[in-house]
Design a protein around this ligand. Structure first.
Ligand code: PMP
Length: 320
């Protein structure tokens, strides 16, 4: 029986974290799309802002500025609303329209900069964030991002695994790299042999071959190798890739087969994690994350001509 909400909460931020760990198709998936604001990013948004407050970098009335492909923008907008800060979300055009609407719903201002990739938005946010009364959390660089994943999310997963079971592998797409590196550090601390797999779209294989191109796995492969990955990438054992079309087909199947209405990165994570199990049978306990909710992609994949009927739902091709 759920024991989580047995008393009155005082803030929606108290509902961040403590998400279920679900066994799905032989993989352990952390259901991060259930977080307030609809993604895993609620965790680092709250964490980075509270650390900045403790460090005296934010004071009442200040403006938070962040470059984002959308989910961190949504999450920071929620945190800013609760804590009374102004929020400026700097994001590229060409991403799902729901993310823009969600940040605005929380009262944030959205500034567009660049197309699809986050590079130009990053420059803009740095420039705006340097002004007096402004603070830029800098998720792609921030050690607080890594720290949340190491001290909160990672240990949460470890506590949820069956008694005596340790993770053999972690599979995670790289947006900031915070999840892969931070959770990876927590896993390594209990199992030095745990294998860490980075995942990126096969169309935009930035980590493996330095290429940047359009793809459909929003939230990862944002157009550059993030500072976090540059600093900690040596921890990672392997980079694996998933084609966008397969990620989207897998996302659709997650909803129809398992009632898990998530975004394309979740579909890609499941495919990549299953491949890791197939290719490495000795890795029995493979962990991944379902990062954001399907509602953020209604227009692109689930409405009007984007709706597919069952007959179109081919098995995703195993891999590229
Ligand atoms: N999936 C989605 C949907 C995301 O929004 C993100 C973060 N942008 C990730 C995966 C990757 O997480 P991280 O930034 O920790 O690498």
């Amino acid at each position: 029986m759920a024991t989580r909400y047995t008393s009155v909460s005082t803030s929606i931020l108290d509902a961040i974290g403590d998400t279920p760990l679900l066994e799905v198709e032989g993989i352990y998936a952390k259901l991060e799309f259930l977080n307030p604001s609809g993604s895993i990013k609620a965790r680092i948004a709250k964490y980075m802002i509270e650390r900045a407050e403790q460090a005296g970098l934010l004071k009442p009335g200040d403006t938070i500025v962040e470059a984002t492909s959308g989910n961190t923008g949504n999450a920071l907008s929620m945190v800013a609303a609760v804590k009374g800060y102004k929020m400026l979300v700097v994001m590229p055009e060409g991403l799902s329209s729901e993310r823009v609407a969600i940040s605005r719903a929380y009262g944030a201002e959205v500034v567009f900069c660049g197309d699809f990739h986050v590079n130009a938005a990053l420059e803009k946010a740095r420039e705006l964030g340097g002004k007096p009364g402004h603070f830029c959390p800098s998720q792609f660089e921030s050690e607080w991002n890594v720290e949340e994943n190491r001290v909160v999310l990672g240990p949460e997963i470890l506590a949820q695994l069956p008694p005596g079971v340790l993770p053999d592998a972690l599979v995670a797409g790289v947006g900031t790299g915070g999840t892969l590196i931070g959770v990876g550090q927590a896993f390594r601390a209990v199992n030095p042999d745990v294998r860490l797999f980075a995942m990126e779209p096969s169309e935009s294989c930035t980590l493996l071959c330095g290429e940047v191109a359009l793809h459909q796995i929003e939230g990862i492969s944002d157009g550059f190798v993030p500072g976090i990955f540059q600093r900690h990438g040596a921890l990672v054992d392997e980079v694996t890739s998933v084609a966008s079309a397969d990620a989207v087909a897998s996302m659709r199947q997650l909803a129809r087969r398992h009632g898990l209405f998530c975004g394309p990165s979740s579909g890609a994570h499941l495919l990549a994690a299953k491949r890791v199990r197939e290719l490495h049978p000795e890795l029995k306990t493979v962990v991944t994350l379902f990062c954001d909710k399907g509602e953020k992609y209604l227009q692109d994949y689930f409405m009007g001509s984007a709706v597919q009927d069952d007959s179109e739902l081919a098995e995703p091709s195993p891999f590229v």
